[in-house]
Design a protein around this ligand. Structure first.
Ligand code: NAD
Length: 709
């Protein structure tokens, strides 16, 4: 193993070069090496200044999260101690940044006297995304350097900023082109020759002169919606408030207390679980390590409707040219116009320039001819949800596409294996299930058919990275992972309406639990016609329960499709959602027809019935090997269905409250809800097994479905 830090002397400058791929994580070995190199520079009289930089692709990605919760994190020098040591250096230290300086990496740089960076560098304190406040001085030093507004924004959003912005707000002293080491040494020499002062944060205070007295409260109000339910953003704000009030040493102590407080919350565990889950999800069982990704330089999309248009935007945003195929010119024109309109809305909001709109549109080309798809590396079909149509399209693609092209379907419910069988190359067929709006939603379910090749899977994973999606590889079943778990969740919401809850009560109970949107609002948004058609396609499976989503069917029959028709589970007036007594009356009528007794229902029952059913289905999916790990189900529900991030996903939430609690709840409703309970509240065998063994979903073994491998 190479040394974590190289020491080199150039003239009167000691150069400390971090060299621990892939991210120079600040684990104990790296901290010790940095401290030792620093001491060497300080005790050498021939050294007048120090430069700290990285020998690898980035400056530093931050703390070693793997150390969290272990003794190693406290072993001296701890990260806060190391930052304070640098801060008190009697010789000027220049941090020279490239790539990224994130979290602890940026905090190390904040402990230095001066900071320079290449223009491509990104700087950020993303700790809030894992449920924490920056814990190595970030909340105290950053506001001293850049002021309160910029510091609050960076710390509570967790979003990295580009170097130019960092320079503008005073986080960077200089932007440098060309060789960074040369520029850093030159800068340090300049500091020596001009006897530039040390700039320790111990000697700086936060400039609060231009802050209004209500600044912090105004800021709280401005992020309230985005941070609903999260603990860490408020603690971040409190830490910055402390920086304004207290000398550095005391502020650091306050920050440490807030850090420990956050670290002990279930939220921090949940957010760290999701962080690791995203990384785990790209390691797919039974894929050969030798499988290599194919190049994706040209993409084609069949169908320029809601999904096709959104999917195309992802590729255009990544600079990849896209051909959009429709059957009629009119549909093509409409699809391209909708995409342009979407971009123009972003431009109006200041998120992109008009020139960028044109650049992206220039990457999109419409066609009516399959022969134009001959050179596509990847084709994504997003036409109507009909097996006949999809089979016809895939037969055609098989005729015209070059060998090795990946042929993907965006189907939500259809059997991918049957679609693949329409081609002579089922190994190249895969499901790419995007979520609506496809240019916004981060989730991408990658569906692995029984013949899908390893190369197709790794290519899809690589593509997901390029277009910045969170990929989760899943097996073939009705609804895959996300929609299959949605089914029992939605079923309970529908049934609760018949038993006496109102749409508003159900939505309120679940949004209080933390869901981004309640189920009734979600049905209205997605369209009750869509839900009805899905039920139609599987009547055989649900026919034994006459109450099954019956209120949804009746709303459909009344033309109450949801937002698109102005009426659904609610009424809509000028985009305002209003409760509708007609819906409650309809629920009463159906309940009477079916002999369902109506009663007052507690919010707790609503949450338990919907969420426990969701968890139980997740367990069944795991048992069948359709999802490889419980954390994959969590990623799907957090990124595709608005499950609260701070609860870590449904399966992690179940692990937190105890699988015995979930099992007991399911058994309770089974006995309490009569025929409905007996029909639907059957615990999954996996849930029962894990409870019997005292284990959690998190430790359940990865399975591989028989129909996928
Ligand atoms: P849509 O009706 O908005 O668009 C479908 C487009 O496909 C239309 O523009 C139509 O003209 C075109 N088309 C139909 N048949 C075609 C053919 N043979 N050749 C070329 N073009 C054809 O539908 P959508 O909502 O974009 O859904 C498309 C697919 O994506 C469906 O399989 C659907 O299940 C799936 N999906 C939809 C959502 C969603 O929320 N809308 C989410 C995930 C997946």
């Amino acid at each position: 193993m190479t040394e974590p830090v190289h020491y080199q002397q150039i003239g009167r400058i000691a150069v400390l070069r971090m060299n621990q791929p892939p991210i120079n994580a600040l684990g104990h070995a790296m901290r010790t090496a940095l401290q030792a190199a620093y001491q060497r520079a300080i005790s050498d009289d021939a050294v007048a200044a120090i430069v700290l930089l990285s020998d690898i692709g980035i400056f530093c990605g931050g703390a070693d999260i793997g150390e969290f919760g272990t003794e190693a994190v406290r072993q001296p020098p701890s990260l806060p101690e190391l930052c304070s040591t640098l801060d008190q250096s009697p010789k000027p230290i220049v941090a020279a940044l490239h790539g990224t300086a994130l979290g602890g990496g940026l905090e190390i740089a904040l402990g230095c006297d001066y900071r320079i960076a290449t223009p491509q560098t990104r700087l950020g304190l993303p700790e809030v995304n894992i449920g924490l406040v920056p814990g190595a001085g970030g909340t105290q030093r950053l506001p001293r350097l850049v002021g309160v507004p910029a510091a609050l924004e960076m710390i509570t959003s967790g979003q990295p900023i580009p170097a130019a912005k960092a320079h503008e707000i005073g986080l960077l002293d200089r932007l440098v082109e060309g060789d960074l080491l040369t520029a850093a040494v030159h800068f340090a020499e300049e500091l020596i020759s001009t006897s530039a002062p040390l700039r320790s944060c111990t000697t700086l205070s936060v400039d609060t002169r231009t802050l209004s007295p209500s600044h912090f409260d105004d800021f709280r109000a401005s992020i309230a919606r985005k941070t609903r339910g999260f603990v860490a953003p408020e603690r971040c704000i409190q830490a910055v408030e402390a920086a304004c009030r207290l000398p550095l040493a005391e502020g650091l102590k306050k920050e440490h207390d807030l850090f420990l407080e956050c670290m002990a919350t279930p939220q921090a565990r949940a957010q760290q679980h999701l962080f690791f889950s995203e990384r785990k999800a790209t390691k797919v069982p039974n894929v050969s390590p030798q499988a290599t990704a194919r190049r994706i330089e040209r993409v084609a999309i069949i169908g320029a409707g809601t999904m096709g248009g959104g999917i195309a935007m992802n590729f255009a945003n990544a600079g990849i040219p896209v051909k959009l195929l429709e059957l009629k010119q009119e549909a093509l024109d409409k699809g391209l116009a909708a995409i342009r309109n979407n971009y123009l809305i972003s431009a109006k909001k200041g998120r992109m320039t008009e020139a960028q709109v044109e650049q992206r549109m220039a990457l999109l080309e419409g066609t009516l001819h399959y022969n134009d798809l001959a050179d596509a590396d990847l084709v994504i079909e997003a036409a109507f949800e009909s097996m006949d149509i999809k089979r016809t399209i895939f037969t055609k693609l098989d005729e015209v596409c070059k060998p090795g092209a990946i042929l993907a379907s965006n189907t939500s419910t259809l059997d991918l294996n049957e679609i693949a069988s329409a081609t002579r190359r089922p190994q190249d067929v895969i499901g790419l299930h995007f979520f609506s709006p496809a240019n916004v939603m981060r989730l991408l379910e990658i569906i692995r058919g029984s013949a899908t090749s390893d190369e197709a899977i790794v290519t899809a994973l690589k593509m997901a990275k390029i277009i910045r999606k969170v990929p989760v590889v899943v097996g073939v079943c009705f609804g895959f992972v996300g929609n299959r778990m949605l089914e029992p969740y939605g079923r309970e919401a529908h049934r609760l309406l018949l038993e006496g809850a109102t749409p508003a009560q159900i939505d309120r109970a679940l949004t209080r639990f933390g869901m981004a949107m309640g189920p009734c609002s979600m049905f209205d948004l997605a369209g009750n016609d869509v839900g009805y058609l899905v039920r139609e396609s599987r009547r055989g499976d649900i026919a034994h329960d006459p109450s099954y989503n019956l209120i949804g069917d009746r709303l459909y029959a009344l033309g109450r499709y949801g937002q698109k028709s102005g009426r659904g589970f609610y009424r809509y007036e000028n985009r305002e959602q209003l409760e509708d007594p007609d819906v409650i009356e309809l629920a009463e009528t159906i309940a009477k027809e079916l002999g369902i007794e109506r009663r007052a229902i507690e919010d707790e029952e609503i949450v338990e019935r919907c969420i426990f059913s969701l968890i139980n289905e997740g367990a069944a999916i795991l048992d069948e090997g359709i999802a490889y790990r419980s954390s994959d189900c969590d990623l799907v529900w957090v990124n595709g269905y608005g499950f609260p991030v701070w609860r870590g996903g449904p399966m992690h939430y179940a692990d937190e409250i105890g699988l015995d609690t979930v099992l007991a709840g399911i058994e309770r409703y089974r006995s309490r809800l009569g025929t409905h309970g007996e029909t639907w509240f059957t615990p999954s065998p996996l849930l029962e097994r894990l409870v019997a063994e005292g284990r959690r979903f998190g430790d359940a073994l990865t399975q591989v479905a028989a129909n996928t491998r």
